[in-house]
Design a protein around this ligand. Structure first.
Ligand code: SER
Length: 340
């Protein structure tokens, strides 16, 4: 049998996390990168990857072809429909977010069985996995732990929470009644990401999008009407820390991990606090509020802050950007340069 070099597979590679992740992986490791996305990759990224496959995660024949061609020992399964978009097309969201993830878990299981070694399966879950009933409860709850308030109100949140469970099933109980159990071959690890803010890309279809949209609009000299109230508060994180969290958890020794899904926090400003920093950096910015009560309801159901002690203790999670430094050292200078 020919010896093949193990590769890393990234689904949804053309999305926001994919952008940051591909650049980081390409700098750091010699492991070739294979990408899968419904859309062609940004041409700036193509030289960094060994193979770019343009197909859906629902296309099982594309996955079968990948299976026959590559030995994959690490997967970053990033493809998903975000929370706002998912509310308009819940059935489609379920198909992509849940059936798509199931396809990838099966893919990982087959990879692991045929090479007889575990495949690390990295999954970005979300603060959307939480659902608090009202703003007063949210205020009282403060920093929520992973096992609290697991009652999401959105299709996307339900999908994320269920896929964490699916991942745990593949890791620990897969085909538990078979004569020879094959569980333990998919090494599933999830990070519950806060709203991610990238200086390089603007998200689409999410509900935490007001923060990145406000910053990018100001830098482009465009007026922005924020769709949530000024006092709205949820956790956010600079994209480099979001990528770093995934890479760090992927590298952590299995025996150190006590959970399937980990909270990771960085800062949790109100919309008004974000507006103030943005207005200081771009004094010509016009930022107003035009509250969309329904999207506000979604953000109000997400926690104001998360308790990330497990991530810090188990795998040394430690973000490099707090609120001030995320803006002064990463977002503002990089965005300025981007639109210069
Ligand atoms: N940023 C995501 C969204 O708004 C939450 O994980 O849907």
């Amino acid at each position: 049998m020919t010896v093949r070099k193990p590769v890393v597979l990234i689904t949804g590679a053309g999305g926001e996390i994919g952008h940051g992740l591909i650049s980081r992986l390409a700098q750091g490791t010699s492991r070739p990168i294979v990408t899968l996305d419904v859309n062609p990759l940004d041409p700036a990224l193509t030289p960094l990857v060994q193979r770019e496959v343009t197909a859906s995660i629902l296309d099982t024949s594309a996955l079968d072809r990948l299976l026959s061609e590559f030995e994959v020992d690490l997967i970053f399964h990033l493809a998903a429909l975000l929370s706002t978009r998912s509310e308009f097309t819940p059935v489609m969201a379920h198909r992509v977010n849940v059936e798509g993830t199931l396809n990838l878990l099966e893919f990982a299981q087959k990879q692991a069985e045929s090479h007889d070694r575990p495949v690390v399966f990295m999954y970005p879950s979300s603060i959307a996995a939480y659902g608090l009933p009202d703003v007063e409860t949210k205020r009282r709850a403060g920093r929520v732990r992973e096992d609290e308030w697991a009652t999401p109100t959105t299709m996307y949140g339900c999908n994320k929470l269920y896929c964490e469970q699916l991942g745990r099933y593949y890791s620990r109980h897969y085909k538990q009644l078979a004569a020879k159990t094959k569980s333990g071959l998919v090494d599933f690890r999830a990070v519950r990401s806060p709203g991610l803010i990238s200086a390089m890309t603007v998200p689409s279809g999410g509900t935490s999008d007001y923060a990145p949209e406000m910053i990018h609009a100001a830098a482009r000299g465009e007026a922005y009407a924020c769709f949530v109230r000024p006092d709205t508060q949820i956790p956010f994180m600079a994209m480099p820390d979001g990528v770093d969290a995934l890479l760090r958890l992927a590298d952590a020794p299995r025996e150190r991990l006590t959970r399937t899904a980990y909270n990771v926090g960085a800062f949790n400003p109100t919309a008004a606090e974000i507006q103030q920093v943005v207005a200081r950096a771009f004094p010509a910015a016009t930022i107003t509020y035009q509250v969309d009560a329904k999207r506000q309801g979604i953000v109000d159901s997400w926690p104001a802050d998360v308790d990330d002690r497990a991530a810090r203790a188990d795998w040394g999670y430690c973000p490099s950007h707090d609120f001030t430094c995320a803006f002064s050292e990463y977002l503002i200078p990089t965005i300025r340069q981007r639109y210069a």
